[in-house]
Structures are given as C-alpha cells and as structure tokens.
Design a protein around this ligand. Structure first.
Ligand SMILES: Cc1cc2nc3c(=O)[nH]c(=O)nc-3n(C[C@H](O)[C@H](O)[C@H](O)COP(=O)(O)O)c2cc1C
Length: 210
C-alpha cells in the first residue's frame, strides 16, 4: 500500500511539474492608443485603488514590453541599464501564478503556481486588489558585481524599469504605484532566488476604480 501511495505521489508531482503553464504573449501592439508623452508626464500619478476588471493578455504583453522588452536591434531594452547589462529581471504575479517575463521569447515562464500577491503586498493590503503586480529583481550575477558602485547602478536601473511601467500605465489607460514595500524574504524563497538576486521594486497594475 505504502509503495502504491509513493508511486502515485511521484506521478502526481511529475505531472504537476510537466504541466507548468507558460504563456506565450501576443505580439506587442505598437499602435496602441495612448496619451502623448507630454500629456503622460503631466498627468502621471500613483493610484492605490483598483477596479476588479482583469488585465487582458494584450495589456500584459504591452506592459511587460514597455517595462523592459526587447527594442531596436534586439540587443537593447525599452529601459536603459548601466553598460547595457540588462540585469533587471521582471516577475509577474497574478491570481493564478508567479511568472518570469522572458523578453527574448516575449513569454511568461511559470515559477510558482497559485496566488502569491500577498507577498508583494507586504503590509499594504490594497495591492491584492490589483489584478497583476510586477516585481523587479536585480540580478547581481548578470551585472557581474555586487560592490558599492554596482548596487547603486542596479538600483538606478530598477528605477528606470519602474518608471517605464508608471509612464506606460498612465499613457495607456491603466493605473499603478511604484513601491519598495514587499515581503522580500518570502519572495526570494518562492522564486528560488539567491543572495545575489534582490527584489527591489514592485508595481501593482490594474484599471482605475470607477
Ligand atoms: C522608490 C519608491 C518607493 C516607493 N514605495 C512605496 C511603497 O512602498 N508604498 C506606497 O504606497 N507607495 C510607494 N511609493 C510611491 C510614492 O509614495 C509616490 O510616488 C509619491 O508619494 C509621489 O506621488 P505620485 O507618484 O502620485 O507623484 C514609492 C515611490 C518610490 C519612487
């Protein structure tokens, strides 16, 4: 009996691992209707209340690309990074799972199934009302150093990604707030990160509450 249970558990675990739900994102809509740059800058503001309207896959596609997607010759990103190191990794938390955005394949790679938005919220419960939260993680291994200057550069780079999200949301009819608050330790554990990979900023994203 014990043997049968062990075999069944192994089979169940294997099938769960095999059925990781990666999501191929639709092509970015470069013609999306948006405010002008000047209107976007003049009106950008933080929003901490969200309607229960879900983001469409097209919204998520455009949002991730705006944050740090491939641009120009495919060797640069929409957000600049020091020495073009591209060390800011982007994770997408929704009610189904936590995913990593893979800019090269423009897809979401499932990292942890289930709703883990509470970890992004920390002590700010309003975050759980946003359908999606984006978490920026500095990867010091990709940057190649974690010395004092590297830490400074990587924080600036994360700020660039976060501001891309802020501006995209304002221009494209979504709302967000840049945040440093989150349960970093729990996120590190959930995503299997090391002490050279640091969650640094996050942006809950949704539609404005009417
Ligand atoms: C680096 C940084 C960290 C922030 N952390 C938080 C946070 O943890 N929680 C929060 O509600 N807002 C956070 N904010 C949002 C600021 O409070 C907000 O941007 C500021 O009050 C200015 O308002 P505005 O964005 O509407 O111009 C953060 C902003 C920045 C730039």
């Amino acid at each position: 009996m014990k043997k049968i249970i062990l075999v069944m558990t192994a089979l169940f675990t294997a099938s769960m691992a095999a059925s990781a739900q990666n999501i191929e994102l639709p092509e970015v809509n470069h013609n999306r209707k948006t405010l002008s740059v000047m209107e976007t800058l003049a009106t950008r503001h933080s929003v901490r209340e969200y309607s229960d309207k879900e983001l469409s896959l097209q919204d998520i596609s455009d949002l991730c690309w705006a944050a740090c997607g491939l641009s120009r010759d495919d060797d640069h990103r929409t957000a600049p990074t020091a020495r073009n190191k591209q060390e800011i990794r982007l994770f997408v938390f929704d009610k189904t799972a936590a995913y990593e955005y893979d800019a090269n394949s423009h897809s979401l790679i499932e990292k942890a199934r289930g709703d883990h938005r509470k970890l992004v919220a920390g002590f700010q419960d309003f975050v759980m009302d946003a359908p999606v939260s984006l978490v920026m993680v500095i990867d010091y291994d990709i940057f190649g150093s974690k010395d004092e200057n590297a830490v400074r550069m990587c924080c600036v780079d994360a700020g660039n990604v976060s501001e891309n999200i802020n501006l995209f949301c304002q221009g494209a009819g979504l709302v967000t707030v840049p945040r440093a608050t989150m349960d970093k330790k729990a996120i590190v554990k959930l995503l299997g990160l090391t002490d050279r990979q640091e969650p640094i900023m996050n942006n809950p994203v949704g539609y404005a509450k009417e």
